[in-house]
Design a protein around this ligand. Structure first.
Ligand code: UGA
Length: 442
């Protein structure tokens, strides 16, 4: 089987590399010539653990190719995936489908024989139907079928998520298209991955339902974390206590500074808009969006409180800038709201370090000093702020941290340290949903 993937971004590259690993012949197509040239030379444009090796080995074996020539890649393919970007449209929050629709039209013009066109990008409900309308204006109905096959990959764990998914969702309307997709995913059928076969609209909605549900779960636990701080309870025990209930499940119950990334903020907003347009509002999700936005600013105020009520003239060491560990992705990262708010409130210096995000962060922040390591960031800082739970921040040399900081204040927005240990090490330690343990006299 041969497939083409339109869009060599995050979803396209991970899917392309993994399908080729299954033994399928894959061509990843992108308009960005520099990106394609780089990929041919083995340069992976995104940071995702394991992806560069997978691209390399499958390129060498000849199963994975990169091209700017959509026409020949599509003409050759049995299945074409649309994996182009769907950014939030500026101003109104709707998903911008310009790239999806123009890719669909180009595919319809280029196909040669029966082809299945599959959306992998996260697209609002109704997009598949519109794609059908577009392609049937150009190509015969018996030469093309449209399928929705949303992806559920997490950045930082995408290869594993692709190879061992909880489920595969296929929204198809003809048996012929369904058979092709079943064949493509056969390696996963063999390992008993559940496959949900449904119609186009339902498949599209499943993706939004999953992301908005997870965003809601995080927001729920974040609000409980605030409540814990007020009443002296411990959010981690609350998470464990409810997560052990099989009906709730323990995942996505880590309280933090609010969800970020390229998916949850965009998808929650897009779903709210879809529901509004359908005259069937999803008030829970509307509230989640609102709470999460405010939360990031509230985190800046929590930091200010930990610094004695003012950050004016102070130096803060910030560890972690990306929206989560194991990625270089800065999109909608809480740091993008927290740091500017601290600056607006008069912080003198922000000394930051992130293992992968600094290249991108340099374009996004002003007046931030980027440091070469976590300890460099701490020199003479008035407080240490942990924004992202990179593994390398989990076991810092606490004695060294103590000696570098001007005052022993730590604000840990990811709960990666134990409050009692921190107190014993002489810190005034603030975390999320666990009452601060103050030093006597502080
Ligand atoms: C998310 C979904 O988890 C994937 O299933 C989905 O395929 C993807 O969006 C997408 O739509 O493409 P991702 O954005 O890579 O994946 O990251 P997550 O691991 O889900 O984390 C999202 C945000 O939630 C991060 O800011 C993270 O710090 C936060 N989070 C996550 C918490 O605050 N607490 C948690 O318990 C879990």
């Amino acid at each position: 089987m041969k497939i083409a993937i339109i869009g060599a971004g995050y979803v396209g590259l991970v899917s392309g590399a993994c399908f080729s690993e299954f033994g399928v012949e894959v061509t990843c197509v992108d308009k960005d010539e520099e990106r394609i040239r780089g990929l041919r030379d083995g340069i992976c444009p995104i940071y995702e653990p394991g992806l560069d090796n997978l691209i390399c080995s499958n390129t060498v074996s000849g199963r994975l190719r990169f091209s700017v020539d959509l026409k020949s890649a599509v003409a050759d393919a049995d299945i074409v995936f649309i994996a182009v970007g769907t950014p939030s449209r500026r101003g109104d929050g709707y998903a911008d489908l310009t790239f999806v629709y123009s890719a669909a039209a180009e595919i319809a013009e280029a196909l040669d024989g029966y082809t299945v066109v599959v959306t992998k990008s996260t697209v609002p409900v109704g997009t598949g139907r519109e794609i059908k309308r577009i392609v049937y204006e150009i190509a015969d109905e018996d030469t093309i079928d449209v399928v929705s096959n949303p992806e559920f990959l997490r950045e930082g764990a995408a290869i594993n998520d692709f190879m061992h998914p909880d489920r595969v969702v296929i929204g198809a309307e003809t048996e012929r298209a369904l058979m092709m997709l079943r064949e493509l995913y056969r390696p996963l059928f063999l390992s008993d991955t559940p496959i949900v076969e449904t119609d186009l609209e339902t498949a599209e909605l499943i993706k939004y339902a999953a992301n908005t549900f997870l965003a809601t779960k995080i927001t729920f636990i974040n609000e409980f974390a605030d409540l814990c701080e007020r009443i002296g309870a411990n959010i981690q025990d609350v998470s464990k206590g409810i997560g052990l209930d099989g009906r709730i499940g323990g995942k996505f119950l880590h309280a933090g500074p609010g969800y970020g990334g390229s998916c949850f903020p965009k998808d929650t907003l897009a779903l709210v808009k879809t529901a509004e347009s359908a005259n069937s509002p999803v008030r829970i999700v509307e509230t989640v969006v609102d709470i999460n936005e405010k939360r990031k600013i509230n985190m800046a105020h929590k930091i200010i409180g930990a610094c004695g009520g003012s950050v004016s003239e102070k130096t803060l060491a910030v560890l972690g800038l990306t929206f989560k560990p194991n990625t270089d992705d800065m999109r909608d990262s809480p740091s993008l709201a927290i740091i500017p708010e601290l600056q607006a409130k008069g912080v003198a210096n922000v000394r930051a370090y992130d293992p992968q995000g600094m290249k991108e962060a340099m374009n996004l922040f002003q007046n931030v000093e980027f440091c070469s390591g976590p300890y460099e960031a701490m020199v003479d800082a008035d407080a240490l702020i942990i924004l992202t739970e990179w593994n390398e921040f989990r076991s810092l040399d606490i004695g060294r941290v103590r000696s570098l900081l001007r005052s022993p204040v730590i604000v840990d927005l990811r709960n990666i340290y134990d409050p009692i240990n921190m107190k014993d090490a002489g810190f005034v330690y603030f975390s999320i949903g666990r009452a601060p343990i103050l030093q006597p006299g502080s």
